[in-house]
Design a binder for this molecule. Structure first.
Ligand SMILES: Cc1cc2nc3c(=O)[nH]c(=O)nc-3n(C[C@H](O)[C@H](O)[C@H](O)COP(=O)(O)OP(=O)(O)OC[C@H]3O[C@@H](n4cnc5c(N)ncnc54)[C@H](O)[C@@H]3O)c2cc1C
Length: 406
């Protein structure tokens, strides 16, 4: 029988993560957003609490958490602040292509030291370039083989945590001009000569930091190649199918936080002699916000459950989860500001920080237009074998007979 309850250990994990968010993140969210830096001290606490590096297998020193467990942790982190959540979450993104494509020996050599040191260490996921955003196959960074080394040249941009990272997961062309077919993925240690360029300045989620990453004749040993040459694009897409649930979880946390703050405000704020929650115009908005937080959570946990159980449909369902949860996060924070009136618009009440942070959830790890493309492609495939029970063929190229017969 289907069971929607969390197990005892999942419930305990969720509560521990929520306590962390309320104690460590919420009180500092505004100050950290103003700073526009990686909040290394909170990341350290999250690392010690076991909220980073979730999917590394046990043989390489990791906890091998499920994707479902990740949704519980990152919903809580997003509840605290989506920027802090992004900073903490990026190692999961950076290491996912390595978990998918690298051997255990490679993980032990390059990733294990990163996740077992006393201090939190950071990875960075380097896919985007100035002329290759949504269209990742337009990557221009090159990797050329020279004896038993690879030589990397190119510049990545918008790379989260890059300024503090020690290991860069880099997507590069081994056969320039051959699009997605010529891509490969590499692990590039910082001390191989990686340089940090322009630091991006941005609207929200300023408790995370992004920069350019510059590779100028960076030489790495041949065992830094992850999987086979030509598989890089495929590994990138498999990675994003999984990691989208992480973004959807952060968005779910934002949905819930916006609802909780707006409910608290509406319950105590008096206008015309009564709490504003007693006006249907306010309470119905709160009810819609609750429905959105609930739908975001269900869609997200369902996609993660599919992945953990290796069931088909992850690509489409994780795209749906990311699309719904991030759109709802934007809508709930917008509605929360409206309910909180001028206080929603003021920095010190926190909702404007959350509102600015929510916007990014619709953009990174595949914009919501790209999520719609993923969903629509799958719909188109499924439509070919879809039986609705309706027996009249629609007009079309393959329809044998376009005329209506009784
Ligand atoms: C704060 C932040 C953090 C980031 N972190 C990372 C990171 O750690 N690593 C990394 O590699 N990248 C990262 N990114 C990059 C991010 O993934 C890209 O910004 C995103 O994929 C979109 O690419 P773009 O900005 O180049 O927009 P473009 O691809 O230029 O798109 C511009 C607009 O056109 C739309 N569009 C494009 N193609 C289509 C289409 N076929 N149909 C309909 N609409 C379309 C897009 O949806 C978008 O609205 C980050 C970005 C930001 C802002």
């Amino acid at each position: 029988m289907a069971d929607f309850r969390l197990s005892d250990s999942e419930q305990a994990l969720y509560e521990r993560a929520m306590e962390f968010a309320r104690k460590e993140i919420v009180p500092r969210a505004i100050e950290l957003d103003i700073a526009n830096e990686v909040p290394v001290d909170i990341c350290q606490k999250a690392y010690e609490a076991g909220f980073m590096n979730l999917h590394i297998p046990k043989e390489a020193g990791g906890p091998h958490n499920t994707l479902f467990e990740e949704t519980l942790i990152y919903e809580a982190m997003g509840y605290g602040d989506p920027g802090v959540a992004t900073s903490i979450n990026v190692n999961n993104l950076a290491f996912a292509p390595l978990v998918i494509g690298a051997t255990i020996e490679q993980l032990q050599k390059y990733v294990q030291p990163m996740i077992t040191s006393e201090k939190a260490r950071f990875g960075a996921f380097c896919l985007t370039e100035r002329e290759a955003g949504s269209d990742a196959s337009a990557t221009k960074t090159t990797a050329v083989r020279d004896g038993d080394e690879w030589v990397i040249n190119g510049t990545k941009c918008w790379i989260t945590n890059a300024p503090v990272a020690d290991l860069f997961t880099v997507f590069a062309q081994t056969e320039p001009g051959s699009g997605y077919k010529g891509m490969a993925v590499f692990m590039v240690p910082k001390d191989a000569g990686v340089k940090i360029g322009h630091i991006e300045n941005k609207l929200g989620q300023r408790a995370s930091q992004q920069s350019e990453v510059i590779f100028e004749n960076v030489r790495i040993p041949e065992d830094c190649l992850v999987g086979e040459v030509g598989r890089g694009f495929h590994i990138a897409m498999m990675t994003l199918d999984m990691t989208r649930t992480g973004i959807a979880s952060i968005a779910t946390g934002v949905c819930q936080r916006a609802l909780d703050e707006a409910s608290r405000f509406a319950n105590t704020r008096i206008a015309f002699g009564k709490p504003i929650i007693r006006n249907q115009g306010i309470s119905f908005t709160l009810a819609d916000m609750a429905a959105k937080a609930h739908s975001a959570r269900l869609a997200t946990r369902h996609a993660a459950w599919l992945a953990d159980n290796k069931l088909p449909g992850l690509g489409m369902d994780s795209a749906i989860a990311k699309l719904l949860a991030s759109d709802y996060a934007m809508q709930n924070t917008t509605d929360a500001i409206q309910i909180m009136g001028g206080y929603g618009y003021a920095i010190e009440y926190g909702m404007e920080t959350l509102f600015r942070g929510a916007k990014l959830l619709q953009i990174y790890e595949g914009t919501n237009q790209i999520q719609r493309i993923v969903i629509a492609n799958e719909l188109s495939k499924r439509a070919k074998t879809l039986d609705t029970g309706f027996r009249l063929n629609y007009p079309g190229v393959d329809a044998p007979d376009h005329s209506f017969k009784q």
